[in-house]
Design a protein around this ligand. Structure first.
Ligand code: ADP
Ligand code: MG
Length: 401
């Protein structure tokens, strides 16, 4: 079974009808309302174009930030409308209401060829509780439901799950479809070696994911602060490095498994813990971090080992930067992984990058177009990889394979 998508619908399901689309416009925004990165807005374009071309009238719902059920002006979606309008080349009307009668009338008078964007769903107290009354009010906004908010599909919220259960048809959009295709391939790699690289700050968020790949992948390369926790679990003193103390026990447990495929750094780039200055950094063995230093990147030997493993891979998944890549001088490991992923892709490997910071790292390296897929969803991608299911997908119509 797989989720039905907008491509499975009859033209009659779409023509003239109000398509209530849950999108993920949770974009980084400055205090003054400037959208800092419009990748997530761009990612909605294929679905919206498809709907408009088939005569549907798109009505968009999204959340932005964590306003906690209250109207917080700086989390208004208003600044998104002109950007989306430019991308689509069609009018995008913004209405500062979400579940009201005024919003319903606006959907009814929406002219064909135009899009209606409603206000932040998280201004409503019932959204994150999947409140049934709110779901019923949201269901009045459309004749059919489309989930194209991959990044929110792991949330059992009213605009993701509750409303999907009330509208018929309720189908996936093209972004969700392409994300699922990519992750389905990682769950069942078509060709091996299958190599995974993990990094970033926290293990605790990613335990089920590491667990999922610990024995399934041919190699699990670990860098970033995550590696510090594993190295500490191996008994090494990590000085002032970022270590997740609460996760040491589970890291030990993973390392004890005889069949684990974990590959930890053999060397590290260290600098002063509190004021990391790349010009004063040194390379040390991973078991020789001085007590007054902290690790901020993988070292050159590790970089080479990881590069080699990634270049040899036929399926590759990367989540989490190899170091404090936001600072120049501590980005070499991360850039090396990005380049190796691009090289593997050029050789025919299937390569996926997931996670907010990893996605910005590969964009920063100018290589986002050189890998097979860059995921828009962090938590959703991790949950789907670990469990093969997401609440927002379960709520959609199913189609036989
Ligand atoms: P993603 O968003 O791709 O899932 P995470 O959010 O888990 O990644 O982690 C990204 C963060 O981890 C980045 O801000 C990066 O600077 C930080 N990080 C990685 N390695 C280190 C390190 N050795 N020391 C401190 N911070 C690190
Ligand atoms: Mg992150």
């Amino acid at each position: 079974m797989r989720a039905r998508t907008i491509r499975d619908l009859d033209p009659a399901d779409l023509d003239g009808r109000r398509a209530l689309v849950r999108v993920d416009f949770n974009v980084p925004m400055d205090e003054d309302g400037t959208v800092r990165d419009s990748n997530r807005i761009e990612a909605s374009v294929p679905t919206l174009k498809y709907l408009l071309e088939h005569g549907a009238r798109p009505v968009l719902l999204s959340h932005l930030g964590r306003p906690k059920g209250k109207v917080v002006p700086r989390y208004s979606l208003a600044p998104v409308a002109p950007i989306l309008s430019d991308l689509l080349g069609t009018p995008v009307h913004f209405l500062p209401e979400t579940d009201t009668d005024a919003a319903v009338s606006a959907t009814e008078t929406l002219e064909p060829g135009s899009v209606l964007l409603l206000e932040n769903t998280r201004f409503l107290p019932g959204e994150t509780k999947n409140d049934p009354d709110l779901s019923r009010r949201l269901a009045r906004l459309g004749d059919l439901f489309v989930n194209d908010a991959f990044g929110s599909t792991h949330r059992a919220h009213a605009s993701v799950v509750g409303v999907a259960e009330l509208l018929d048809p309720a189908v996936a959009g093209l972004l969700v479809e392409s994300e699922l295709e990519a992750f389905a391939q990682l769950r069942n790699p078509r060709s091996r070696p299958f190599v995974v690289a993990f990094g970033g700050a926290k293990i605790s968020d990613k335990i089920p994911l590491i667990e999922a790949f610990l024995e399934r992948a041919d190699a699990v390369l670990v860098g970033g602060a995550m590696a510090n926790t594993f190295l500490k679990a191996e008994g090494h003193d990590m000085g002032g490095s970022l270590v997740e103390e609460d996760a040491i026990e589970v890291a030990e447990e993973f390392l004890r498994r005889p069949e684990h495929r974990l590959s930890l750094p053999s060397d590290l780039v260290v600098a002063e813990a509190n004021a990391p200055d790349a010009t004063l950094s040194e390379i040390v063995r991973a078991d020789r971090v001085p007590s007054d230093r902290a690790a901020f990147d993988i070292g050159p030997r590790t970089r080479e080992t990881f590069e080699h493993a990634i270049q040899q891979s036929r399926t590759f998944f990367w989540n989490g930067p190899m170091g404090l890549f936001e600072r120049p001088g501590f980005d070499s490991g991360t850039v090396a992984v990005a380049r190796a992923a691009a090289e593997a892709t050029a050789e025919g490997a299937f390569t996926v990058v997931g996670g907010g910071d990893s996605a910005s790292a590969i964009r920063q390296a100018g290589l986002a177009g050189a890998v097979s897929h860059v995921s828009t969803g962090g938590g959703a991608a991790l949950e789907y990889l670990a469990h093969g299911a997401l609440p927002g997908l379960e709520a959609l119509d199913k189609a036989g394979k």
